[in-house]
Design a binder for this molecule. Structure first.
Ligand SMILES: [Zn+2]
Length: 408
């Protein structure tokens, strides 16, 4: 089959005017100008008309569990107050509410042209009740704050549920809720099972003051849970994270090997010593930024330029609707653009395609329109303006999406 569109955005070179994509079942066979593709490929021709055909958008961080909490928690000056509020809201939700919430989230993500999602779930036991309509990496969000001696058991239970899914990973929630032991075990399992990992790191000023200074509202709140706080008051969250996963002393001048298996959400709070540590490190983890959730919490400015200069690839995610208004990656790109007006719209679009595919270890299958890749595509109306990428970023609802060759 051949799809012809006014323009095809491959992310390999400039957009192709009057372009076409030849597909067989779920793989892309060929892409180029309509003339070339028609001459070299057989099959039914479907003219999509005045549309831009794009690689499907990839949401690199979200929690569909909380879709139903949209608008329920007003923004607050304190990250700790938000945690208290979401804990209260969660206590009122039933298993059925969560399943409905996840399904509603999938439907919404689809409408906004998302074809792949990295979804953290706090309830791994529910995933087998859900048939995901788009390509999904399920991450079991793990917390052992009240029972650090049960870290292995908590991981084993989650893994049992996650194995019903094709694509899954593990997500120790954050340094303040998951023990170093849990982080280390997850990394060992990731190496053994070849799965991905994710966590929330250096998100808020309150997290920084908890670990570096041993004080502040998050410190006080977490202390009430009974978590031993003797690891607070010396290192930044990033130092703590890297220290938990490597055994050599942090002061050593040699670089640390950072595992590419990690998708690290946030990194808003980094000290100068953190940047030195990142500069000395070998290997790179992937960084996920959620511009609108970041704005909701009024976190410190995201250090995009400095992380990019160090060679980190940045992806975008929506985070959950407990701190965002919808699951549109287009709106996320616009929010990023408002904060970073000097970054080109093309580079911003890479954050929801090429970079996110790389973070999911799918750089040879997703994020571009290229022969051999999955047929995961999004089409949007196209007016033919001079700056196509500007037009893409300004857009919202998708016309059509294809997952694995099927229109959904
Ligand atoms: Zn999150």
């Amino acid at each position: 089959m051949i799809y012809r569109a006014r323009v095809v955005v491959t992310m390999d070179g400039p957009p192709i005017e009057n372009g076409a994509v030849a597909i067989s079942e779920n793989r892309i066979d060929d892409v180029g100008s309509f003339g070339e593709i028609k001459a070299c490929n057989s099959g039914e021709i479907v003219d999509l008309g005045e549309q831009a055909l794009l690689p499907g958008l990839i949401n690199a961080h979200c929690h569909l569990d909380y879709t139903c909490l949209r608008g329920k928690i007003p923004p607050s000056k304190s990250f700790t107050d938000w945690i208290r509020a979401i804990n209260l809201a969660k206590a009122r939700l039933s298993e059925e509410d969560y399943v409905a919430s996840i399904k509603e989230g999938f439907a919404q993500a689809k409408r906004f042209g998302t074809t792949t999602i990295a979804n953290l779930t706090a309830y791994p036991e529910l995933v087998e009740k859900i048939d995901e309509p788009i390509r999904t990496w399920w991450f079991a969000e793990l917390i052992d704050i009240r029972s650090p001696d049960r870290a292995n058991e908590i991981i084993d239970l989650a893994m049992e549920s996650m194995k019903s899914k094709k694509n899954w990973g593990l997500g120790p929630h954050a340094l303040f809720t998951a023990s170093p032991n849990l982080f280390r075990h997850c990394e060992e399992i990731a190496r053994r099972e070849n799965i991905l990992l994710t966590t929330h790191l250096a998100e808020s000023r309150e997290e920084m003051s908890m670990f570096r200074d041993g004080s502040g509202p998050l410190y006080e709140f977490i202390k009430e849970t009974g978590r031993p706080m003797d690891d607070c008051g010396d290192e930044t969250p990033l130092e703590k994270f890297i220290g938990a996963l490597t055994s050599a002393p942090l002061g050593a001048g040699s670089g640390r090997a950072l595992s590419q298996k990690w998708m690290i959400a946030h990194l808003n709070e980094l000290s100068e010593s953190d940047f030195d540590l990142l500069a000395r490190s070998t290997g790179k983890f992937h960084v996920v930024h959620s511009p609108r959730s970041h704005g909701y919490f009024a976190h410190s400015p995201f250090p995009f330029e400095r992380l990019r200069a160090l060679g980190f690839h940045i992806c975008l995610g929506t985070d959950s609707l407990a701190s965002n208004e919808n699951l549109s990656l287009f709106a996320e790109m616009r929010a990023f653009q408002r904060n970073e007006p000097n970054v080109s719209p093309r580079e911003i679009f890479e954050m929801v395609t090429v970079n996110a595919a790389r973070a999911l270890s799918q750089q040879n299958a997703l994020g571009r329109i290229r022969p051999g890749f999955h047929v995961d595509l999004t089409s949007i109306p196209c007016t033919g303006s001079n700056n196509l990428f500007e037009e893409i970023v300004a857009f919202d609802q998708a016309s059509t999406i294809w997952i694995d060759g099927k229109r959904v």
